[in-house]
Design a protein around this ligand. Structure first.
Ligand code: ADP
Ligand code: MN
Ligand code: MN
Ligand code: MN
Length: 391
């Protein structure tokens, strides 16, 4: 019934083609990371003037008591715009932007729960001369609603399971490939938004896909990944489909979901880069548990050593080996310079934490990384903790 009302409304006015009466009108979609660290939130601000520069977008606020980021008594949390791109969902409006924001407590300084961009940004500033590049491979699984709070993988029969994995990866055809319209629409929307989306592919689990963002330099890389995640949820919403980034949504002999993070610096990309990378492996080995701690909730269910993962108990690296914590691509070995792939981050990782830790461990002195781990723990999120049996 609800669907019928919606379709009648859509036909009564062609609202996607409507233009604002005042052509200076600016529509800003403010987006921020909610208190659970996974929940992206957004609300719309309409300005009766033409504003196009990020610096000119006003500070705004929201009710943090509704996002687990404040109490009812002191509920206001500030929104500070930090990254913007054209809004691909509002192409009919000449001035419409998606605006990623840092959520900040009312003191105007301290970050709200689950907002780690500020520390990541300090780490990037410190490492500016090394021009760190990131390429994220974001995997995800499409889910269809099957009832109240029940979502089931696209490609699985309701309440049941698909044939064992093997034929789904990079597949074509209705037997093995599920929901392709969503990654296609997502790619179009990301490119319309100016995001450096660099590819997509079908993955090992049915209804699982991957898109890549990068290489992009510095803090803009995690900014773009968060924006691309937002765009994906919005695109999928149009089709009545959900997206999960959970590292191991289906237990058993099924692949999990990762966010392999590819990384390079001026020194790894230059002459002698391979040796620089090997030096970085020692530093990463020494900080393995700190990295694992912040690489995503429930990642222990994924990093078992099976299904193209490494065991999370021990750091390892190798050339071309998809069972290692870090894979050095063959091309990097052959050219003796380039990048490496950190395969540990879970699909639901916060790329501000991942990018920040990578740079802090490999290039900086480890001080801000320790702060990241500490503030992270301070937020009391249910990620892995030191003392969990895995360490
Ligand atoms: P895989 O073989 O692991 O599936 P993909 O092709 O999916 O690899 O992803 C490779 C990623 O590496 C891309 O996101 C790309 O942007 C990134 N990348 C390529 N070169 C660099 C580099 N020099 N520094 C950082 N990232 C890079
Ligand atoms: Mn990939
Ligand atoms: Mn993949
Ligand atoms: Mn990969």
């Amino acid at each position: 019934m609800a669907d019928m009302y919606l379709s009648v409304l859509q036909r009564s006015i062609d609202w996607k083609a409507l233009q604002p009466e005042n052509d200076k009108v600016t529509i800003l979609e403010y987006i921020w990371i909610g208190g659970e660290g996974q929940d992206l939130r957004g609300k719309t601000k309409v300005l009766q003037e033409k504003v196009t520069k990020l610096e000119d977008f006003p500070i705004w606020n929201f009710d943090g008591s509704s996002t687990k980021q404040a109490t009812t008594e002191s509920s206001e949390v500030l929104l500070k715009p930090v990254y913007k791109c054209p809004d691909p969902f509002r192409k009919n409006f000449p001035n419409a932007f998606l605006v990623l924001c840092e959520a900040i407590n009312t003191d105007g300084k301290t970050p709200a729960t689950a907002n780690f961009r500020h520390v990541c940004s300090k780490i990037m500033d410190k490492a500016l001369a090394q021009k760190p590049w990131f390429g994220f491979e974001q995997e995800y699984i499409l889910l269809k609603p099957e009832g109240v709070d029940l979502f089931w993988p696209l490609g699985f029969p309701k309440g049941g399971y698909a044939s064992p994995q093997g034929q789904y990866y990079c597949s074509v055809g209705a037997k093995n490939s599920f929901g392709r319209v969503i990654p296609e629409a997502h790619m179009a929307a990301c490119l319309a938004a100016g995001i450096t989306l660099s590819g997509l592919n079908g993955e090992v689990f049915p209804g699982q896909w991957e898109f890549q963002v990068g290489p992009v330099e510095g803090i803009t890389a995690p900014d773009q990944l968060w924006m691309a995640r937002y765009i994906l949820r919005r695109v999928a919403e149009d089709f009545g489909i959900e997206v999960t980034y959970e590292p191991k949504p289906v237990k058993g002999d099924w692949n999990g979901t990762g966010c392999h993070s590819n990384y390079s610096t001026v020194d790894t990309r230059g002459e002698g880069g391979f040796d620089v990378i090997i030096g970085m492996m020692d530093k990463l080995a020494a900080k393995h548990s700190e990295h694992i701690l912040i690489y995503g909730k429930d990642n222990n269910l994924r990093l078992t050593g099976a299904h193209e993962t490494s065991s999370m108990k021990k750091f390892s690296y190798n050339v071309a080996n998809r069972g290692a914590s870090v894979r050095i691509p063959t091309v990097t070995r052959d050219e003796k310079k380039g990048y490496f792939e950190d395969r540990r981050p879970a699909g639901n990782c916060d790329p501000y934490l991942v990018a920040g830790m990578l740079v802090d461990t490999t290039v900086n002195d480890g001080v801000l990384g320790a702060e990241l781990v500490k503030t992270f723990g301070g937020f009391g999120m249910s990620y892995l903790r030191r003392g969990d049996s895995l360490f």
